[in-house]
Design a protein around this ligand. Sequence first.
Ligand SMILES: [Zn+2]
Ligand SMILES: [Zn+2]
Length: 368
Amino acid sequence: MSSVSGAHGFQLKAPKSPLLPCALPALEPRADEVVVEVAGCGVCHTDIGFAFEGVPTRHPLPLILGHEISGRVAAAGENCLGSLGQSVIVPAVIPCGECAACRSGRATICRKQFMPGNDGDGGFATHVLLPARGLCRVPESLPSGLRLEMLSVVADAVTTPYEAIRRSGLSPDDVAVVVGVGGVGGFGVQIAAALGAAVAAIDIDRERLDLAAQHGAGMVLDASSTDLKGLKAAVRSFSKECGRKGIGLKIFEMSGSPAGQATAFGLLDHGAYLAVVGFTPRPIELRFSNLMAFDATARGNWGCPPEQYPAALQLVLDGKVALAPYVELHPLAEAPAILEAVAQHSLRRRAILTPDHHKNKPGVERTP
Ligand SMILES: [Zn+2]
Ligand SMILES: [Zn+2]
């Protein structure tokens, strides 16, 4: 048995209020649980929904948010002592592993899943108590330019588009169209390119498009100055020029905006595959029959099963998916201001909160 005392973090006490600092009670993992010393925790739009848009968390408030966590196992229950000291990425959604959905290979729809920062305290803290299931081990020595805290965004921001792309069966014969190349789509472009596809990137932000052009996109299209007809024509000639044999476009909606969704749906062609990765609560009007007329497929995915994490991580370790141009690190102490900034869209990159473990070292106590 071991436990961690002196941990602290930032809590959401009530919807639409700033995060407040809080001390955690001693964290004592049960047999199948671990305490992870957080190296970094990415700030996701889902956190903004909880904090500022009144989206309810499944666990009642107060709650520590944050579900993109990397760190080191600082304490472990008796069934997972082997993980002590390991560097890990915590899956954003941890399935129970036992229910009918989990047993039939549909772990992402497990109703007993644990999402840190939603079903229990999350990673905007020095430490987090979690089920040990599904932790993705990270090698102790990382390629230059990569740090454990940066790998936090592999949970969710990299793995969710990875799973969408994996499910699409994307191959080097295909043309992938990624709509929305921000915090998630920027990784989607790189993953699709790493799998050998020719990638067209669509966004309304010039800077994001420029970055996508440097990291995987063979063509970028500015939807703020090109209408759907123009986008379709450009994608068609791109497909022709790059000479891929794949039938039908593989379209990935990663903007989570009504306009992006309309664009993605509007690009459907014969045999197309549309993956819905982004989320918006706002509805849009579609001619649904286009799916039928084009013999097309549309599919969504809620996160990524833990067993796919190592393959997604490998793309990052191999340098095929660059994280550095897409993330920025901020001290955990600035959590309330950083969440506000993310909500106001005033940060250009995905924010990662990093606790200062040297300044305020909580005690790890081992008892027999
Ligand atoms: Zn998220
Ligand atoms: Zn389950």
